[in-house]
Design a protein around this ligand. Structure first.
Ligand code: GBH
Length: 491
């Protein structure tokens, strides 16, 4: 190996390679060749984030807690659903999951070890109100109070999601869940109560996580709890009740929480990624983003259902009042964006935009839906800032599944996850560098967990969980992320 290759002979060899001669330099020769000043040298400030940028991890109650029957918790629709044969991978349930209900101190210690300064967790509604409404269960609140104390002691700022899909079964039985606005009202009461109790230590609340996931999959395709397949009119009304619940909860939180508490939602909105960066496709991606999210984020931000949506749904459009729209669009302080797979959009003469379906060869991660589109993160942040003027953005979820295995040496070398995260983070950096107000980032997820219908078949953690022993094993991606946090830069 010629580590002392001179610049002249290096140039000659490159030249020879270029004209098709056989002397192509080896990778090692290239790596050790002397470069122009600085070239190829580590750049400590490359992809460096602002000093006040905050890094963390996210989880959700039903996916990590377990303790399904402990502490006076009532059943949720995910208990019923996962206990119904044929609904989840190998009929697995969240009864035990990561047992974070008992191991939460250990899990907060993992976060501290990573250097995380923020943690996004969710509260299980049926722990607080086992029947959905009525008298709060003090043991339920106590669990979250201890969890929050543990975070604060570790120097970690808690970000609380109030609904990450585990609706109290009682409300499903009584009202058909989100099919009734009684559930929307019950949610506001629950949200106000939790905010009142925890806002001495929790400064950020997200009302609802990902409308389309629990509504469209729960009430249209039925692959998520409660497993229903509603007709279009009932579905649209259910969607409406869900955004109404968000608005009512924003108002309840403002009424009950300490002054200064920040309120928002966390949405996996369909962010149009322009097929390439020209003015016409960028414009199309902005229109596409508004239209594709018409029943959810768009009405929340604009206080109006778009004409395109109402016309498209016709007689099946939701029924609503002007007062509903006011409630739904109650001003928010912060927006959480959950970013995974891109949706490519192009300009279209007739409709202004068109979604471009991905070819079957499009690269994806272990989940079939998880197409890899790192620039989607840049566009998601830019769109919410430019379209709706959002001034405080957090990436509340970003991450991926990988076919993780423990190598003979005991390590988990998830190089594909590191590749995925690095590329998305470079695009996050671009968004921040261009001045879009993204103030923090949460990896999904701290550790492998109950991946809904895919149960324990798909792993999203940067910590591997051995479900037999509940041991957490750091993957290569955990080392990567620790280093990102330590240097506040992409590595
Ligand atoms: C997030 O959803 C969730 O908030 C989180 O709980 C979850 O663990 C994480 O992502 C990873 O999935 O089964 O083909 O019908 C991300 C958005 C929407 C992606 C639903 C998967 C199901 C596709 N998800 N989608 S399919």
């Amino acid at each position: 190996m010629s580590t002392n290759l001179s610049r002249r002979s290096f140039g000659k060899r490159i030249g020879a390679a270029a004209i098709g001669a056989s002397a192509i330099p080896t990778a090692a020769e290239l790596a050790f060749a002397p470069h122009a000043a600085g070239q190829g040298q580590p750049q400590p400030d490359f992809y460096k984030f602002p000093d006040n940028f905050r890094w963390g991890c996210a989880t959700a109650a039903y996916q990590v807690e377990g303790g399904a029957k402990e502490g006076g918790r009532g059943p949720s629709i995910w208990d019923s659903f996962s206990h119904t044969p044929g609904k989840t991978y190998k009929n697995e349930t969240g009864d035990v999951a990561d047992d974070d209900y008992h191991l939460y101190k250990e899990d907060i210690a993992l976060l501290k070890g990573l250097g995380a300064k923020i943690y996004r967790f969710s509260v299980s509604w049926p722990r607080i109100f086992p029947e959905g409404t009525g008298k709060p269960n003090p043991q339920g609140l106590d669990f979250y109070s201890r969890l929050v104390d543990e975070m604060v002691a570790a120097g970690i700022d808690p970000f609380c999601t109030l609904f990450h899909w585990d609706l109290p079964q009682a409300l499903q039985d009584k009202y058909g869940g989100w099919q009734s606005r009684e559930t929307s009202k019950a949610f506001a009461d629950y949200a106000g109560y939790v905010a009142e109790q925890l806002s001495d230590r929790v400064k950020h609340f997200f009302t609802i996580n990902e409308f389309s996931s629990f509504i469209d999959l729960g009430y249209r395709t039925g692959v998520f709890a409660p497993g229903l397949q509603l007709a279009p009119a009932a579905l649209n009304q259910t969607r409406h009740n869900a955004v109404l619940a968000h608005g009512l909860a924003v108002q309840a939180i403002r009424a009950k929480a300490r002054p200064g508490t920040k309120v928002g939602l966390a949405e996996n909105f369909i962010s149009g990624t322009p097929v390439f960066n020209t003015e016409e496709h960028i414009k199309a991606s902005e229109l596409g983003t508004r239209v594709l999210n018409a029943p959810y984020l768009t009405v929340i931000m604009e206080g109006k259902y778009m004409e395109q949506y109402l016309e498209h749904e016709g007689a099946n459009a939701p029924k609503f009042t002007a007062e509903d729209l006011k409630v739904i669009s109650s001003p928010i302080d912060v927006l959480g964006i959950n970013v995974y797979n891109p949706t490519y959009v192009r300009a279209d003469e007739k409709h202004g935009f068109a979604v471009v379906p991905p070819p079957s060869s499009f690269p994806r991660m272990a989940s079939p839906w998880l197409l890899i589109g790192p620039e989607g993160l840049y566009w998601a942040a830019r769109h919410v800032a430019q379209i709706w003027g959002i001034k405080d953005i957090y990436v509340t979820e970003n991450g991926c599944s990988s076919a993780d295995v423990i190598a003979p040496d005991g390590h988990v070398y998830d190089t594909d996850r590191v590749m995925f995260l690095r590329n998305y983070l470079i695009n996050l950096h671009r968004a921040v560098a261009e001045g879009f107000p993204v103030h923090g980032y949460f990896v999904w997820s701290l550790m492998d967990n109950f991946e809904w219908a895919d149960a324990y078949n798909l792993r999203f953690g940067i910590y591997y969980v051995d479900y037999k022993t509940e041991k957490r094993i750091p993957k290569l991606s955990a080392s990567f992320y620790r280093e990102v946090i330590r240097r506040n830069a992409v590595v």
